[in-house]
Design a protein around this ligand. Structure first.
Ligand code: NAD
Length: 300
């Protein structure tokens, strides 16, 4: 398959590299040159624009930060045309970014007007999952589109779910990330309480992992530095899933709750905590750095 991959950040870069490994011909574009250089080394073809990467592609995959980037890429802005305008053929469009269901439906409807199949396919599994090719894809779109996408997504992921029509992938992903935000802040809070009362964070973590407080954040993404080898916390919260992106996802959950008149008290609390943490200069750090919020005043 000829695949155009747009957006080579923490997630997109390893995902695109796995598509090369799976034997696809991959053309890439990112606004950051260094990101393209590393993909070129991995065997992809670096392009000067999204339009040139998409030229002649069977499939276009985007992995961008937020909804406005996805809208801009496909629909353009002001006088700058978007990708939909520039396409010659009818490639399958897969957006793997986490954006609002409303944005996904808007771009999906614009794609349908041009006879294109659009799928929202947000992922779960983090940078580790992207590198290992074990991501979970949560797909919204037609059954036919899903069947076309599945073998391609299998080059980057292990579990591929069809959640429903366009936008459904985003709804499921937003619910998941709201829960993750709650679990990560709760885990950080519990660890800080234990340490303040004389416990070793590694010992406390092990106890809670084997007890009823065990959860994904604690078991696989421990937020306390030094407890888990290879975790973002153990490399000064560099890389991984940025606080800014978690704050964005919790904002998406909040908007979704408002629209659907659902109540999300725990999600709202988590949103406020991550927004506060981001406002204190931690937006570019991994989201597990929320631990620092609970250690304020401590001598490091
Ligand atoms: P990132 O900020 O590391 O990467 C985004 C990349 O997009 C950057 O390299 C940026 O230069 C590029 N970009 C922005 N606008 C562009 C444009 N118009 N054309 C080309 N490139 C453009 O973000 P990430 O961590 O890779 O996350 C991407 C998406 O995946 C987000 O929606 C995020 O919420 C979601 N996500 C992230 C994780 C994670 O653990 N990092 C996990 C699941 C889902």
């Amino acid at each position: 398959m000829k695949i155009a991959f747009i957006g080579l950040g923490n997630m997109g870069a390893p995902m695109a590299a796995n598509l090369v490994k799976a034997g696809h011909e991959v053309s890439v574009f990112d606004l950051v040159d260094a990101a393209m250089k590393s993909l070129e080394k991995a065997g992809a073809h670096a392009c000067a624009s999204a339009q040139s990467a998409a030229s002649g592609a069977d499939v276009i995959i985007s992995m961008l930060p937020a909804g406005q980037h996805v809208r801009r890429l496909y629909l353009g802005r002001d006088t700058a045309p978007g990708l939909f305008e520039a396409l010659e053929g009818k490639p399958l469009i897969i957006d793997a970014s986490t954006i609002s269901p409303e944005d996904a439906r808007f771009v999906g409807a614009a794609a349908a007007e041009r006879g294109l199949t659009y799928l929202d396919a947000p992922v779960s599994g983090g940078v580790g999952g992207a590198q290992a090719g074990t991501l979970t894809f949560i797909v919204g779109g037609t059954e036919d589109g899903f069947e076309q996408a599945k073998p391609i997504l299998e080059g980057m992921g292990k579990n591929i779910f069809h959640a429903g029509e366009v936008g459904s992938g985003q709804v499921a992903k937003i619910c998941n990330n709201m829960l993750l935000g709650i679990l990560m802040s709760g885990t950080a809070e519990a660890l800080a309480l234990g340490v303040k009362n004389g416990l070793d964070p590694a010992v406390l973590s092990e106890i809670m992992k084997q007890s009823s407080g065990g959860n994904w954040a604690l078991n696989l993404y421990n937020p306390w530095p030094g407890v888990m080898q290879g975790s973002a916390a153990s490399r000064d919260y560099q890389g991984g899933f940025l606080t800014d992106l978690m704050a964005k996802d919790l904002g998406l959950a909040w908007e979704l709750a408002l629209e659907s008149k659902a109540t999300v008290p725990m999600g709202s609390q988590a949103r406020n905590l991550f927004a506060l943490h981001a406002s204190q200069g931690n937006g570019g750090k991994d989201f597990s750095s929320i631990q620092k919020l609970f250690r304020a005043g401590e001598e490091e």
